[in-house]
Design a protein around this ligand. Structure first.
Ligand code: ATP
Length: 230
């Protein structure tokens, strides 16, 4: 599988690749994220999936210390270490500014004009995308792969996809990945209460959370990870 099927030589000798982008806060990364990446890779014949942690997520009131960012990145590394077609992309963490999907995609298109980009997201993101900054500029720069999640059924997903395609000329495909009702929020709450996160995150991530005592708060202390959930 290492030598991928879509590497097409262009007339200038460049290699054209189909890249899936799995953006997220990954606080922590969990099997929901990984399954989306894997099914997108297989079903859409992608060459690589780039896991793109947000630096300073504009839509979430999140823990934004250097330390918290370091932990989020290390957990992504641990989660994808065994999968050669999964890559870590630190573009959005390299800036102290808010990172916005529209500008990241524009920059990727500028840097890698030969590549095709597929932006992977879950139903909650598909339904809130019109609240994202300059969201209309996302659509010309990628195909969106949208996965079902929680209470959104296939019918309402199809309606939302048709609406966005009609209204904004978006290109959106339904990504059929197993439905897993796991969120980073639920995992943080479990870790905080000393409950197991095994089987919901890869072993390396569970170990990292345990070793670094992430998401724990000593009594009376305001924790690093204390935050309002959006
Ligand atoms: P939080 O609970 O902190 O809001 P999250 O679990 O939603 O986090 P993010 O890192 O914010 O994780 O998610 C990144 C992307 O992955 C989003 O597009 C989200 O919809 C999608 N996603 C996350 N978990 C799942 C899941 N279990 N099923 C489908 N999509 C998911």
């Amino acid at each position: 599988m290492a030598e991928r099927r879509n590497k097409i030589m262009t007339i200038t000798g460049d290699t054209k690749m189909k890249i899936g982008i799995m953006g997220g806060t990954f606080d922590p990364i969990h099997i929901g994220h990984l399954l989306l990446g894997e099914f997108a890779y297989e079903d859409f014949g992608l060459d690589e999936i780039w896991f793109l942690p947000n630096g300073n997520p504009p839509h979430k009131k999140t823990a934004n210390t250097e330390e918290a960012l370091h932990h989020r990145i290390e957990m992504v590394k641990a989660a994808i270490a065994d999968t050669p077609h999964f890559r870590l992309n630190l573009y959005e963490t390299e800036s102290a500014e808010h990172s916005y999907t529209y500008s990241t995609l524009k920059e990727f298109r500028r840097r890698y004009p030969e590549n095709e980009f597929y932006f992977i997201l879950g139903a909650d993101s598909l339904f809130s995308i019109e609240e994202w900054k300059c969201f209309e500029e996302i659509f010309p720069n990628c195909v969106i792969l949208a996965a079902m999640r929680d209470d959104k059924d296939a019918g309402s997903m199809r309606e939302q996809i048709a609406y966005l395609e009609r209204t904004y000329n978006a290109r959106i495909r339904l990504l059929q990945a197993p439905l897993v009702e796991i969120s980073s929020t639920a995992l943080r709450r479990r870790a905080e209460r000393d409950l197991s996160v095994r089987y919901m995150v890869p072993d390396g991530v569970a170990q990292y959370i345990r070793e670094h005592r992430l998401y724990k708060r000593a009594k009376g202390e305001v924790g690093v990870y204390d935050r309002t959930i959006s």
